[in-house]
Design a protein around this ligand. Structure first.
Ligand code: SAH
Length: 341
């Protein structure tokens, strides 16, 4: 069977090249070609014809196929990819003043079952490989002709339930010969798998951590995020404080505002108390309506009031700018619509 070079780290590729009887520096060349977006060996023009033929025989570069792209008037691009085994995964390309950012998926489907999220509706199908995570970015660079400078792992899936592939992916995109993206330009989001958060602080202290908080107490959180029954809120917040201490970096809390569920004055007061004194930032996101959940987002007016209240309590926060809301860019929506076809 042919091996898939897309899933190899530079070190693994070096081993493969050596076993094939080639000079070690070839590994670097091939690795660079993959991250420059070469989809086949015939594009690797600085390799000899004989080497390309040898590679053709033993290896492949198994890429994602673009199923659909929807482009929004603000430049946001929503990509639906098909994996070689017929799964659909989605990524979003966003243009900001500071550069281009891609939001990638870490799993096909998700096991976490948050009630407001479209990604969990069909459950977990499988983990993505490191190559499939990286290829979301490589394919988007190829398709848009733009260089990506920032990555957020905030698409479908719980990255801390796929930690081996996540860390390999981080190493691949960070490598100078890979995408050469600084760790400080990468953000990983979790619903709060505490033991892995602790590991992550040791392994990647420079990578930004975002926590999907969405509730100020266990009562509300248990109702909308089943993971909270395993990792209660007080333990999660303690782990966050420890993370800030250990890494010296600010933590981001995502808080999707759900009308009548977590947006009352009382809930927001509790939220302010919960986060008091922590080096953090709250990202308020008026919930993108997902028909299946029956839940609705708070108004932007309400979001503004809440932001003002939190700022007044010394908690920095922003109301997330809505990019691509005209194209179903909310987490998991594109994939869900495709599954229903
Ligand atoms: N499992 C990880 C990574 C997914 S990140 C995590 O939970 O952090 C995707 C983010 O989008 C999460 O903060 C998630 O809670 C949020 N989200 C999911 N559905 C949403 C919706 N309908 N509206 C707004 N945000 C949503």
């Amino acid at each position: 069977m042919k091996v898939n070079l897309m899933d190899m780290s530079l070190a693994e590729l070096a081993e493969f090249v050596e076993e094939a009887g080639e000079k070690p520096f070839r590994a670097k060349q091939i690795f660079q070609w993959i991250y420059r977006g070469a989809a086949g060996f015939d594009e690797m023009t600085d390799l000899s014809k004989a080497l390309r033929a040898k590679l053709e025989e033993r290896a492949e570069i198994k890429c994602l196929d673009i199923e659909t792209v929807q482009t929004s008037s603000d430049g946001t691009g929503k990509y639906l990819f098909r994996t070689h085994d017929g799964n659909f995964i989605e990524s979003v390309f966003m243009k900001y003043k500071y550069g281009n950012s891609v939001c990638i998926s870490s799993q096909a489907g998700c096991a976490m079952g948050c009630s407001f999220c479209a990604s969990g509706i069909g459950g977990l199908v499988r983990d993505l490989t490191a190559g499939e995570m990286a290829d979301q970015i490589i394919s988007i660079e190829r398709d848009t002709g733009e260089k990506i400078s920032h990555i957020v792992v905030m698409g479908t899936g719980e990255p801390f339930n796929n930690y081996g592939a996540l860390t390999k992916f981080l190493d691949m995109v960070h490598a100078e010969e890979g995408l050469n993206i600084g760790l400080r330009n990468i953000t990983v989001s979790t619903c709060g798998i505490i033991p892995v958060m602790e590991q992550f602080a040791d392994d990647y202290p420079q990578v930004n951590l975002a926590i999907s908080l969405h509730a100020p107490n266990d009562e509300i959180r248990n109702e909308i995020m089943p993971v909270s029954r395993k990792f209660p809120l007080n333990e999660l917040i303690a782990a966050c404080r420890e993370h800030v201490d250990k890494t010296g970096r600010r933590i981001t809390f995502e808080y999707a505002l759900i009308r009548g569920v977590n947006d009352s004055d009382d809930a927001i007061r509790q939220l302010a108390n919960l986060l008091r004194g922590m080096i953090c930032h709250v990202n308020l996101i008026p919930l993108n309506d997902v028909k299946e959940s029956g839940l609705r987002g708070s108004s932007r007016l309400r979001a503004g009031e809440i932001a003002e209240f939190l700022e007044g309590r010394g908690i920095p926060c922003t109301v997330r700018r809505e990019l691509g809301s005209d194209i179903d860019a909310a987490c998991g929506q594109l994939r869900l619509n495709r599954m229903k076809d």
